[in-house]
Each structure stands twice: as structure tokens, then as C-alpha cells.
Design a protein around this ligand. Sequence first.
Ligand code: SAH
Length: 615
Amino acid sequence: MSYSTSYTSFANLPIDGLHSPMSSVTSDSESSLSIGKTRLTLLDLYSGCGAMSTGLCLGANFAGTNLQTRWAVDLNSFACESLKLNHPHTEVRNEDAENFLMLLQEWEKLCKRFSLIGTQSYFDDGCMLNDDDEDDLEDSSEVPKGEFEVGKIVGICYGDPAKLSKVGLHFKVRWKGYGPSEDTWEPLDGLRKCQERIKDFVTSGYKRNILPLPGSADVICGGPPCQGISGFNRFRQSDAPLQDPKNKQVVVFMDIVEFLKPKYILMENVVDMLKFARGFLGRYAISRLVSMNYQARMGLMVAGCYGLPQFRMRVFLWGALSTEVLPQFPYPTHDVVIRGGCPNEFESNVVAYDESQRPTLEKALLLGDAIRDLPPITNAEKRDEMPYDQPPITNFQRMIRLTRDELTGSRQVGAKSSKKACLFDHRPLELNDDDYQRVCAIPKRKGANFRDLSGVRVGEDNVVEWDPEISSVYLPSGKPLVPDYCMSFIKGKSPKPFGRLWWDETVPTVVTRAEPHNQVILHPEQDRVLSIRENARLQGFPDYYQLRGPIKERYIQVGNAVAVPVSRALGIALARAVVKDCGSGALFELPPGFQQHELTSLNNLDAIEAVAETK
Ligand code: SAH
């Protein structure tokens, strides 16, 4: 392997002019992958509502590689609901990633036990019976009174689903004569007499590919959370980062990679990962990949550079088996000034053109380009669905409104549909009466915030102070119009509390919370915070992508997400690597029309013509 400081790349050594030494070796993977439309399976770990995998698949499919999210895992049940709603064919598992890894190991043993793969048995750890015992215990005998009969097994998990402090492999049992509402989770050792039922379940699960086996997931993507490193977490343990259980998920992610050995991995994280303890966790992740004989490459990408009115810098780490080509990073398409945010040591990892290059980039997107076409709503809006009230104005608005079928090319853009287009999740976090009154008092102009409220003035050094000339103003509830926390936030220097956005701005980063107390999130012209849909647009979610769960949970799913245009661009990078169509550099240029990729998709030529005609 060669190491290059360019994007911290560990890559196969070029031999005989070939980019990858292994590309001359015919491996199983190669023969299956080099064919354009072969189906590749994707496992999305820490999937949230699925933005990262959605973008990867859209990008890969656009570039001619059929990538599909086969499995997704997340601890948050609402995020899982959202993912399932938008991806009905994905096996969505609402569980802890560590338990998922244990389950995968048990699943492999079960598949071997029932001779579905290899010939090894499952006896080693004594969990299962051996063949001799099996006949004696088969469930053919009469069920004694007071006992229930196992009808069939309908689910599997590792952990303590019945909350009985019994951690281990469990099966979900459908009892004979009872419906799904009476299903219970039973530990494996309670099902010793049910080998046939277990066998049926495992055999059918194996055929349906309900869980990945080593080698069966082509790609793993995921953003393992590192709450222990967050800039907001004051108690971070920087001398021993991996000892902090909050940072354990990077280890779990790599353990899953080690077990499943996918051909490619893509890991995402916050830039703090590289700031904390001199980048310990980032270096750990790369080292783990290299030690498992993966090639690796790390880049920092700014979402705004791919056509969003949002800055948002994130770390991305590619990994590829030595039999594959290491994916590159996509050059920006939009002219966004990259202002800081990344530690000095990793500045050269920022995915950007260098000063000697003179690319033609599109102008940066602004808030108005992204959300100005959405219907006006109030702070009290409760509808989850509503009609659009005007046609899209900008190109972004046109693209973001495309239906799923139009986006994937299975329906012509603009073709008449019997269903009327519906706008989802366009409702804001409802502010309480006091905050609502405060928001109503903030002027509707660029740069307005709590400093414009009566009684506040800005003193020396841009620090706010109470204006002694003006007596305090109180709300009908008796609370002050300007709360103390606004005055003391960042020692009085911050203009963020109750800040209004303006149409010509770029948002720094969409976060998971929608409260206006310490961030600029008020709509330019309406007295409310940005709606879930408006935040989703800033993250590049197509409008058809619906979210589930309480309002705050939906904001969390959107704020946690990988910006969809970024993952879509990375999906194109992946597809190029799959068909071994990469140059030797760490970066590549996205195809022209990447932004309108839905319209220029190779399998969607009719649609392009249809749109051209309507223009
Ligand atoms: N990549 C996602 C966002 C991931 S945010 C997207 O693009 O939409 C991180 C996710 O990790 C959150 O949804 C959180 O619920 C989940 N998570 C946190 N700890 C977890 C654990 N131990 N096991 C599984 N999921 C976990």
C-alpha cells in the first residue's frame, strides 16, 4: 500500500501502469462488480432516517450502479419509522449497533448450523443442541396443559428485549392460536424443543437475506455518534478517548466492518472528531481500516459546495478492500468560501480546488433559492400534509419537488400523475406564548435579533447591556420581553438569540434543535422558527421524503442527517470506483448537470426531452 498525505490516502500501489494492483486479478468481487447494473447491497449503520444511504443510492444509481439499502440499524425508533416509510424494502432494525454485531455473529452460526453456509456446527458454545439430541426433543409431542405451543418464529434479536436482565439471543415467537399482538421474545435456551421452528425461520431468513453474512454486504455506510467529543460536551475524556463509552461507537462500527468485510465503507463524522485529542478518533478509524488491509482516504466536505444554502463541514472516510478501487472525493460544484472550521493539521483534507486551479463554479445557493416557494404558515401550524400553493421558482425548488419516481427515472419528469402533489412536514416547533410574543417583536429585516428589542443596547466591544434610559418591558405573562439568558449568552457578545434569517443568507449548520434561544432560526418574514420541511430542504432532502415521530424527533432526524447532495455526490464517486473508472488522483469532477442529475440520468433520457419541451 502507498501512503500519500493528499487526503490521507492509503491506497494500493500502482503496478504496470494499472491504478490498482489487484485490478488485474480476477476475483469474485470484481467479476460481479464490473458489470454496470449489478445489484450491490448497502448496510446503513446508525442510519437515522436514512439520508446518507438515500443519497448514496441516488448517486450510485445515476452513475449506473444499482446500489440498494438492504439493511439499516438505529437505536431511535422514530428514525427507524421514517426510514421504513421511505424505504419499504429495507430491513430496518431498531437496536443498538453493538447488539446488532452480536446478532450477526449468532446469525452466521445459525446459518452454518442449518447447513445454509459451510458445514460448521453451532455446538461450540453449547447454545444449541447437537443432532443426536435433536430427535428426542422435537416438538411433535402433545403440548401439556398450561403450556403454549410455538406456532412459528417471526423475529430475532440479540439483547434483552423482554427486559428480564437476560442478555443473549432471542427469538420472537408467534404462539399457536394467537395473533401478532401476543408475540413474545423468548431466549434461545427456552426454545430447546423448537429446533424445527428455528430452522424454518433461519432458512427463510437466509433466503430473504434478512441479515448480512460476512461478505454479503457490498457497502457499509454510517455515522457512528461520538457524543464524547462534541464541542458542547465539557467533560470529554481527552487522555483516553476510547475509554469514554460515548466514543465507543467508532470501535463498534469498525468491529462490524471487520466481521462483515464489505468491499467499501463510508464513515461520516463531525469535524470535532479531528479536533478532539489531536484527532485521536480519526486516526484510530484510519488505522483500523489499514490494519484490516483496507485502503483508506479521508476528506472534509462542505455541504454548501454541492448546492445548498448551508455551510456544514463534515469528515468522510472511504475504505475499500485491496481487491477494489478506492473511491475518490468529488470536487465542489458551487462557489462557497470555506472559512475555517477545520483544525490546521487537516486543512489539506478539505475537499476543494487548490489556488492554481480556475474552475467554473455555480454561484452559492441562498436561503430564498431553497425555501421561498413554500406556503406561509403560522407558529401554530399543525398539519402534517398540505398542498403547495405556488409553482417552484428556482431550479433548486424544481429539483427538490421531484417525486421519488421522477428522481429514480422510473417516471418521466412532469408526466401527469393522478395524485396531487402534497407537501409534508411543513410545520414548525410551536413556540410557547412568551417566545411567540418575543418573536413577533423582532423586526422583519436582515440581521434582526433580540438586540432590536426594547430595553437592550449594544455597548463597547459589541457586548449587550440594559439601556438605563428605558424601563423594562414585560410580557402579559409577567416575564421579561428580553430574557436574561439572551444578555449573558457568550458573555453578551452573541447576536444569535432570536435571530432572523434573511433570504440572501447561507445558514451555518442545520442542527437538531429548533429553539430560537441560541441560534438564528427565525423565518425571514413569518413569526416562527423554520419548519421541519424548511430545515429538510436546507439539508437537501427531496420533498417526497417524509418524517415520522414527534415534532422534536423529526427535527433531530433532519439535523443529524448527512446532507443529501453530499451523499449523492459520494454515491457517484462510489459508482466510479465500482466500475474502476477513476483516475489516479484523490478528487474527481462531478458530471455536468450533477445538480439536475435526475434529468440527465443515463437511464432517463426521455425525461430530459420531456423537460426540454416544457421549457
Ligand atoms: N447518517 C444518518 C444520521 C445518523 S445520526 C443520516 O444521514 O440520516 C446518528 C444516529 O445514531 C442517530 O440516529 C442515533 O439514534 C443513532 N445511534 C446512537 N447510538 C446508537 C447505538 N448505540 N446503536 C445504534 N444507533 C445509535
